[in-house]
Structure formats: C-alpha cells, structure tokens
Design a protein around this ligand. Structure first.
Ligand SMILES: NC(=O)c1ccc[n+]([C@@H]2O[C@H](COP(=O)([O-])OP(=O)(O)OC[C@H]3O[C@@H](n4cnc5c(N)ncnc54)[C@H](OP(=O)(O)O)[C@@H]3O)[C@@H](O)[C@H]2O)c1
Length: 316
C-alpha cells in the first residue's frame, strides 16, 4: 500500500480535498486533479489541472505509476444539475464512463464516489441490495454513472456517502460550513423536520476508500454513513450548539413532497456491509463535529469565515 500512487479527481472540492488530506496523513502518494477552483497548496501532492469532459488520453499513467483512481469530481449541486442538464450528464455520466474505461485499459483500480440520493427517500436505512430510485436529475446522473462504472470496469467499487461533513476551506463547502456560515451571519434558516440523513464524517468516507484499496474486496457497492439517523433540523441544532454555542436562527420547517406517501424524505444508509467487510467504525456525529471544531480552531480559516454554498443538495 505504501508505494501506491493514487489519483483523486475533484481534489480541490470538499470531499476530494478531505480524501487527499487523509491519504497523505496515512503516508500515501497522491496526485490531485482540479478544474477551475485551484486547490489549497499541500506539500507532497502533485496537481493536474484538467477538464474531465476532455478525457485523459494525453495522460501517461504507467509512467506515473497510478495504481488507483478515486473519482470524486462531479456537478454535485442538485440545483445546478436541474439547470444544466447536459453539462451534468457530460461531467457526471460520460466522464465517469471515460475514466472507468481508461482505468480498465491500464489495470488501474477504480472507485466511484456516488451518493445516498440514488434513493428517493421513501424507505430509509437503504442497503446495497436495494434498487436505486433517483428522484432528481443529479441523482439520475449518479445512478447512470454507477452503472457505467460497473459495466466499463470489471473490478470497480462504488462508495455511496450520505450527507458529508468535515473540514472545508473553500467554496463550495459542506452543509456544515453552509449552516454555520449563515447562522453566524445572523440569518434565520429553515431546516426540515421530515428529512432524514445519516451524516458521515468525510474522513470516514476517505477511510472507506483506503480500506477498499488495501483489502481489495470483491467489486461492488459500499454505503458510507454515520451511525445516527437524524433530521436536518436536529443536525443543525447540534452543529449550532457545538460551533456557535447557540441555536438562534434555526427554524423548523416541513419539506413538502406530495409525491412521497407520508411526506417525508429519508435516505439514511445501512452500513452493515462496510462495517463487516472493511471493519469500518463510522464516527458518531458529536465526535465528528468536535473533531472538525478542533481542527478548524487550529487553522487560519475555519467554517466561520468562508464563502458558503449549499453543497450537495437543497438544505432545509
Ligand atoms: N458533499 C456531500 O455531502 C456528498 C454526499 C454524497 C455524495 N457526494 C459526492 O461526492 C463527490 C464530491 O462532492 P463534493 O461535495 O466534494 O462536491 P464539490 O466540492 O463541488 O467538488 C466537486 C469537484 O468536481 C470538480 N469538477 C466539476 N466539473 C468538473 C470538470 N468538468 N472537470 C474536472 N473537475 C470538475 C469541481 O471543480 P471546479 O469547482 O473547479 O469546477 C469540484 O472541485 C461528488 O461525486 C458528489 O456526488 C457528496
């Protein structure tokens, strides 16, 4: 594992930058790709700038001894995917297919980062065996990309993270930086009391990927979610208490989804497979938030003074 050189796409983004950071901390060599937003300078990481839509045929992988690609780059905003459907298809689906082919041709391992939102939220505690049921164009593109990864790379793995939180020092950040940013500016924000997630520490998603590369289980899907199923409202309350010491500005709201019986949205993930096969121990939310708080307190800029963005999906 020590000699593995790993290419992480979207490494200037929220999840990608956390994967780069954790892999480096574990002594792995990483090449990060970025697109328009430059990455944070990080000693020991090599950077490549490229637009995924243009392919990778110019890149001489054998010389670089790339052993694995972790494909994080995506149009990850639900709203942008709805607005820019063709762009979302090109980046999320076509580029994944191209990368899977590129890796398969060179014998390079491939991990595709998908999402809990491939499920429509009518059931909750989804397992890897449950059929996908995308309810937005973003989710549809991710489900199509999963299929492309499976069909175009015989030994690929798919990780489906739930709503992620962690360190973010740029824009877009995670839902955590978005929440703390708005509340700390004195805004009142609606958070849904009928939308359930299993929020997961970004470092745990990175660790899931690392263990897959280390143990090389049979190809397949792994869910990566935190141990607690919580509403967006409860997640926001907890974040506000830990990061701001006050829950002022948090207002309960109901997500109206008449298409779903009962009017709730629950994409919580069952992680028994990752806990069993990879011996993953997903971090409880309070511990994860405390950990982010201690890491950002020591850093020159934490969640309080960033530019914020909604992250992956509509917040509430
Ligand atoms: N954050 C979550 O809660 C969450 C939850 C579940 C799954 N995920 C999945 O995790 C992955 C990362 O999400 P994230 O939240 O970290 O999103 P993010 O911060 O927006 O990162 C996505 C990255 O993709 C890059 N990208 C976009 N178009 C590109 C292109 N044409 N060529 C090359 N790179 C391009 C972006 O670069 P530019 O900004 O420079 O264009 C950005 O750095 C996504 O696949 C997402 O579906 C995220």
């Amino acid at each position: 594992m020590g000699s593995l050189h790993i290419l992480v796409t979207g490494s200037a983004g929220f999840l990608g930058s956390n994967i780069v950071r954790l892999f480096q901390a574990r002594g792995l060599q990483v090449t990060g790709t970025w697109h328009e937003t430059p990455p944070e300078a990080r000693e020991g990481t090599r950077w490549l700038r490229f637009d995924l839509r243009k392919g990778l045929s110019w890149y001489d992988a054998p010389r670089e001894r790339i052993r694995a690609v972790i494909h994080c780059a995506a149009i990850a905003s639900v709203e942008m995917c709805e607005r820019e459907k063709e762009l979302a298809r090109a980046v999320n689906v076509e580029a994944t297919r191209m990368l899977a082919d590129w890796c398969a041709d060179r014998g390079i391992d491939f991990i595709f980062i998908s999402t809990d939102l491939v499920f429509d939220g009518t059931k909750g505690w989804y397992t890897e065996e449950d059929p996908v049921s995308p309810a937005s164009w973003y989710a549809e593109t991710k489900a199509l990309a999963e299929e492309a990864a499976r069909l175009h790379h015989p030994r690929s793995w798919i990780i489906r993270p739930s709503l992620c939180y962690g360190i973010s020092r740029g824009s877009p950040g995670s839902f955590l930086s978005w929440t703390i940013g708005r509340l700390s500016r004195g805004e009142t924000v609606d958070f849904y009391t009928n939308q359930y997630r299993t929020p997961v520490f970004a470092e745990d998603v990175a660790e899931t990927a690392r263990r897959i590369l280390e143990r090389r289980p049979p190809p397949g899907i792994y869910h990566a979610g935190g141990p607690e199923r919580l509403t967006r409202y409860d997640i926001a309350l907890l974040a506000a208490r830990i990061f701001l010491g006050s829950t002022r500005g948090i207002r309960p709201a109901l997500l109206e989804r008449p298409s779903i019986p009962g009017g709730f949205d629950d994409t919580s993930l069952d992680t028994a497979k990752a806990r069993r096969d990879l011996e993953m121990n997903f971090t409880p939310l309070v511990m994860g938030f405390e950990s982010v708080r201690s890491m950002t307190a020591a850093a020159p800029c934490g969640p309080q003074n960033e530019t914020f963005h909604d992250g992956e999906s509509s917040h509430g």
